[in-house]
Design a protein around this ligand. Structure first.
Ligand SMILES: *Cc1c(COP(=O)(O)O)cnc(C)c1O
Length: 457
């Protein structure tokens, strides 16, 4: 192991060096890559040749932690969170019992308890770490089903259950409806306003219409930070409808739920304490390694009710309170808590708040530039970490692809109401205002150099 650790440190130093020199990995077609890097399995490798091929793999792998990567809802690298993650890999505990995870259980419980407290849910609340935002949505739908029709847990879904979410919500809702036995056709996509926000009157109208047809509304999934625009649904208003019609409200904060760490921005999810469940991804706004996804439940019993199962070969010591397997989806479950705990322990509440505030400041900086520069048309909304724009006369999907293949920048495009635009995502709190300025400089220089190609297309 000791030699492997030395090799590991060497490889990491190499990676950091590569990231500095080539922040955007050289684009290579997948077919060519297999020839360039020896990925074939079969024969054994000497340690030296293994290190050599690993170095090649590191070089060609897309770099998501650099200041040229804006493509996804995660990016950057918080060193203290990486430290926690590496330790959890070495420790390799599974989080189901106190017997095999010891203090790691208490660490997970501390993170959950602090989140519940900041959200005002500490009284009856509970939570778990799940494999990602998609799974958080899934688990909330299962709890909604079980609390509405308790026998569905034992005999299968009874009656026609109907779920509601906005047309801008995450695609996992559709898959989850299928996994839960609800069926994809039984999701109602509620229309959104010009800012991508769910229209609450439409939600109520749809629920009423389903009730008159003898259907059973059971679940609303509101989004705190929609995947494309970064829009926040009005949670308080939706929660009133949900209560009135006895419907479970889940708030999908995978992208931007972490605003609750900031006094300045937590108003974006005001009313979250009225929701039945809430999830957020620390691997998005808070910059921890993937995955670090938290699901919080207002009435902790619901989590236990849907996800506990007896297993005499597993639960042999301690009580359910310390055996986290009784409230999680998985059996063996990796330790996703330690990385967030290590980061949080290091920077405190204040540090997390500053990260959130910094992201909004970066987004505001980018938006201001877009709005005040005549090359651009702004398609974004206020208070969003997704800065959406087009460069006049340039096709956004062409531009993003060309920037990526030329090794300049990695950024993606999205669309809303038939308009396609560049979506610059500001989720790396290590970025500076200068990094944002540099982004636009590179983009503009690229467009200038390709005027001919653009004019001909
Ligand atoms: C990213 C995202 C998800 C999915 O989260 P994963 O961790 O990638 O599964 C769900 N909902 C929203 C709004 C997201 O932005």
């Amino acid at each position: 192991m000791e030699n492997t650790l030395k090799d590991f440190v060497g490889l990491l130093e190499h990676l950091v060096d590569v990231e500095l020199k080539t922040p955007v990995a050289q684009y290579t077609e997948a077919s060519g890559l297999c020839e360039t890097v020896n990925l074939r399995l079969g024969q054994e490798s000497s340690d030296d040749s293994l290190i050599r091929v690993l170095k090649d793999v590191l070089e060609y792998t897309p770099k998501v932690a650099t200041n040229k990567f804006f493509n996804q809802l995660f990016g950057g690298r918080q060193p203290k969170a990486v430290l926690g993650e590496l330790l959890s890999v070495m420790l390799n505990n599974s989080m189901y019992t106190y017997k095999v995870a010891g203090p790691q259980v208490l660490i997970e419980k501390e993170v959950l308890a602090r989140c519940l407290q900041l959200l005002g849910l500490e009284k009856f609340g509970s939570g778990t770490f799940c494999a990602g935002g998609s799974m958080g949505n899934f688990m909330s739908m299962v709890m909604a089903r079980d609390s509405r029709i308790p026998e569905s847990k034992e005999v299968g879904v009874v009656g026609k259950l109907i779920a509601y979410t906005s047309s801008g919500s995450h695609y996992s809702n559709a898959k989850n409806a299928s996994f839960c036995g609800i069926g994809r056709q039984n999701i109602r996509y509620i229309s959104v306003d010009s800012g991508g926000v769910m229209i609450v009157e439409e939600l109520e109208r749809q629920i009423k219409s389903d009730l008159t047809r003898g259907l059973i509304p059971f679940y609303v999934n509101a989004t705190a930070g929609t995947t494309v625009l970064g829009a926040f649904d009005p949670i308080l208003e939706i929660s009133k409808i949900a209560r009135q019609y006895n419907v479970w409200l889940h708030v999908d904060g995978a992208y931007c739920g972490a605003v609750f760490f900031s006094d300045k921005f937590k108003h974006l999810i005001s009313g979250v304490e009225c929701a039945d469940s809430f999830s957020f991804n620390a691997h998005k706004m808070l910059g921890t390694p993937l995955s670090c996804s938290i699901l919080l439940v207002k009435n902790g019993e619901d989590l236990h009710n849907s996800f506990s199962n007896e297993a005499s070969y597993l639960y042999q010591t301690s009580n359910d309170d310390l055996n986290l397997g009784k409230t999680s989806f998985q059996c063996g479950r990796r330790n996703d808590a330690l990385k967030l705990w290590t980061l949080w322990k290091s920077v405190g509440d204040k540090g997390l708040r500053e990260m959130v505030d910094k992201l909004f400041a970066l987004a505001a900086h980018a938006k201001k530039y877009v709005v005040s520069t005549e090359h651009y048309i702004d398609y974004g909304i206020d208070n969003s970490l997704s800065v959406c724009f087009t460069y006049k006369g340039v096709d956004s999907s062409w531009l993003c692809k060309a920037l990526y293949e030329s090794g300049n920048l990695v950024v993606g495009h999205g669309s809303f109401r038939e308009v396609s635009f560049v979506r610059l995502v500001l989720v790396n709190a290590n970025n500076s205002f200068e990094d944002i300025d540099q982004f636009f400089r590179i983009l503009e220089k690229f467009v200038e150099e390709h005027e001919q190609v653009i004019a001909e297309s």
